[in-house]
Design a protein around this ligand. Sequence first.
Ligand code: CAA
Length: 258
Amino acid sequence: MSEFETILTDVTDGVATITINRPKALNALNLQVLTDITDAATAFDADDSVKAIIITGSEKAFAAGADIKEMSSLDFATAYKADWFAGWTRLTDVRKPVITAVGGYALGGGCELAMMGDILIASTKAKFGQPEINLGVLPGMGGSQRLTRAVGKAKAMDMCLTGRMMGAEEAERSGLVARVVEPEALLETANEIAQTIASKSRIASAMVKEAVNTAFETTLEQGLRYERRLFHSSLATNDQSEGMAAFVEKRDPNFTDS
Ligand code: CAA
């Protein structure tokens, strides 16, 4: 993969890692970061050797938000015409599982980016927040929607209206974070999770992602029917035959993503 300006990329054993790398700006998300992350994630999604993607930052900051310096002169007409922030949809369109590993600040767009992934893990030092209210604006990359779905109205209102930060322990207790680990174990844990996912059938993991995400878009009845149909479809895959045969024969499955 070609070099990027604001991120580092690596692929090891079927797991692609995207590390946001703008240390001087605490990984603030400017347009270049948006382009780099979404280009890299789209390319990894299309790369058959990649089974799962990790997005991470530094120990101090996953990302301290959208780039305030870039936005400070942004006016309504420009933002509206460009549909500012809509480009992040390219990331949520990725069909492979995305793990976001947060050490340090995940504020504003940083918290919103962390929530765009499928599994959010945090170090004990992580701090989440939607402090846009302090700037006279509101979340614009999904904070009012994804945070509310993750932690409920009470805490989402508290965070978005006061701009206060939430530590890792509260974030896990509130349902925002899947696992909290010591800072030095963050990447190792993200990799373990990604490797576990990488050992499964890629078709099955893509279906799981589609099914869970559908829960946010439909009624329960529609969602249950959708899940059933996906389940029925999974019976047409070689990986289903292999997975069930391996169980019966008491051996490890050899999935071929077919
Ligand atoms: N945009 C641009 N630059 C940022 C930034 C941001 N979001 N956050 C930090 N930086 C820059 C600072 O300006 C500073 O640069 P200089 O050295 O050139 O002055 C550098 O990163 C280091 O930052 P601090 O000196 O402030 O570091 P700190 O350790 O004292 O404080 C912090 C850390 C509490 C995270 C503080 O930087 C901060 O509050 N940052 C802004 C957080 C924020 O408001 N985020 C929301 C942005 S709006 C948004 O995201 C909209 C949306 O919904 C998409």
